[in-house]
Design a protein around this ligand. Structure first.
Ligand SMILES: C[S@@+](CC[C@H](N)C(=O)[O-])C[C@H]1O[C@@H](n2cnc3c(N)ncnc32)[C@H](O)[C@@H]1O
Length: 250
């Protein structure tokens, strides 16, 4: 498939920095174990990774036995990173540039993996467009799993996560579309960041039902703490965790 004419996406400017952030301990100890708990047995499944970013999870899904993986992302730079890794270490993954809001049907999947997609919706209407895309690409009985900025955290839990390598702040008052800003220090002493947007947990529930997806729910994250690491630090991280799992099905 030929990609549409490139347009500027926020992640085109931060593709390398974001890829480096996938090595932060919270990704490995909390994000990935939570995601793969939700995924269960991937063997034989056709999977859509939306958004795929640089393909970090597309590759992990393929390595865990998915029969096919298609990764789609708005950012041409992120997709190019994913494709260049695929050229070096082929796993049979396909990638394409596309906007989840208007993607339409690109396949008939057993599983859609949406890691940090829905938190890009500024409004319930945008969230509905994302959810409709998920439904349009799922087989009957197919599942959605994902990781998201956690809209359920109390305001007191925004702020500095310095021990985990980032900060997360929210514009007040918290209301539909409030900006949630993530900032990460980089190795050269600078910072990079990106914006998510807050929607009420109830809006997620309503929108997924309206899109024809059943049994939507948020799932608390869990920490898979390596031996010798500070368990209390991770217990604190997953309490009112800044990120959340989510599931639904068609
Ligand atoms: C935080 S990254 C997550 C990437 C990947 N899922 C991961 O966990 O590594 C968010 C990604 O969402 C993409 N994105 C944002 N809005 C999008 C949209 N409307 N359609 C498709 N991708 C989008 C960005 O380009 C970026 O690569």
């Amino acid at each position: 498939m030929i990609d549409p004419a490139p347009r500027h996406a926020e992640y085109d400017d931060i593709a390398a920095e974001y890829a480096a952030s996938k090595q932060l301990p919270f990704r490995i100890v909390v994000e990935a174990p939570t995601l793969f708990d939700l995924a269960g047995d991937l063997r034989g499944l056709a999977v859509l990774d939306l958004p795929c970013g640089d393909g970090t999870y597309s590759r992990a899904l393929a390595r865990r036995g998915a029969a096919s993986v298609l990764g789609v992302d708005l950012s041409g730079a992120m997709v190019e990173r994913a494709r260049s890794i695929e050229r070096r270490e082929p796993l049979g993954i396909s990638y394409q540039v596309g906007d989840a809001a208007g993607l339409g049907t690109v396949g008939n999947f057993d599983l859609v993996v949406a890691c940090y997609l829905f938190n890009y919706a500024h409004t319930a209407g945008e969230l509905l467009a994302f959810a409709r895309t998920v439904r349009a690409n799922l087989k009957p009985g197919g599942r959605l799993i994902g990781i998201n900025d956690n809209p359920r955290t109390p305001l007191s839990r925004y702020g500095d996560y310095a021990a985990h390598g980032f900060s997360r702040t929210i514009d007040l008052p918290r209301r539909e579309g409030s900006r949630v800003r993530y900032t990460f220090p980089t190795q050269d002493g600078k910072t990079f960041g990106f914006d998510n947007f807050w929607l009420a947990p109830e809006a997620y529930e309503q929108v997924f039902a309206e899109a024809g997806l059943a049994d939507f729910r948020f799932v608390d994250c869990r920490a898979e703490v390596p031996p010798g690491q500070d368990r209390a630090l991770w217990d604190d991280f997953v309490r009112d965790c800044p990120i959340t799992g989510l599931v639904a099905s068609r």
